[in-house]
Design a protein around this ligand. Structure first.
Ligand code: GAR
Length: 182
């Protein structure tokens, strides 16, 4: 069993494009570590509003400004970068800059249903379960080694909205577990 107090507290950098519920969960749950910066690529996204109300420094940068994203995370001495709803593939250069320190959250049981529409695809597939994955990031879409997954049953009558909500609940549990264990 790992002991949190046996490892150094991490300085976390988070990348978001959307609502930021996972970002907020990390801030509230990973208390041993510290979210020092959140980068988002959407104007007025939920993540930016959450950062403001949580008192976390946030910066908006376009996805293509990868060099600046690397520079600013370096300037903040970030130990681990968490892509929590960052909806763009990153380059090899970006992955190399954070080798062994870059993880992504995806709403499916990878390698199933990579990319956009993972929840819809799982629902249409006839599968009886889906879930979420946290994996190491490579330049190939949703393809790095899986660190941990959590399954979610697909119930009769589930819609994209109900299934998405169930997966998000699982994500809010899984992502802090992985961060604490790293
Ligand atoms: C999460 O469900 C995450 O798995 C997904 O975006 C959502 C962000 O939600 N990420 C991807 O689809 C990446 N391929 P949030 O902004 O509320 O945390």
């Amino acid at each position: 069993m790992y002991r949190l107090d046996l490892r150094k507290a991490m300085r976390l950098g988070v990348m978001c494009s959307g609502n930021g519920t996972n970002f907020e969960t990390i801030v509230r749950t990973c208390r041993y570590d510290e979210v020092v910066l959140m980068i988002h690529n959407k104007k007025e996204c939920g993540a930016a509003k959450r950062a403001e109300s949580l008192g976390i420094k946030s910066v908006r940068l376009a996805s293509k400004e990868e060099d600046n994203i690397i520079k600013i995370f370096d300037a903040y001495q970030v130990d681990l970068v968490v892509m929590a709803g960052w909806m763009r593939v990153v380059s090899k250069k970006f992955c190399d800059a954070f080798a062994g320190r870059l993880i992504n959250l995806h709403p499916s049981l990878l390698p199933k249903y990579k990319g956009l529409g993972a929840v819809e695809q799982a629902l249409k597939s006839g599968d009886t379960e889906t879930g979420c994955s946290v994996h190491w990031v490579t330049e190939h879409l949703d393809s790095g080694a899986v660190i941990k997954q959590q399954t979610v049953p697909i119930l009769p009558g589930d819609t994209v909205e109900t299934l998405q909500r169930a997966i998000q609940q699982a994500e809010h549990n899984l992502l802090p577990l992985v961060i604490n264990a790293l």
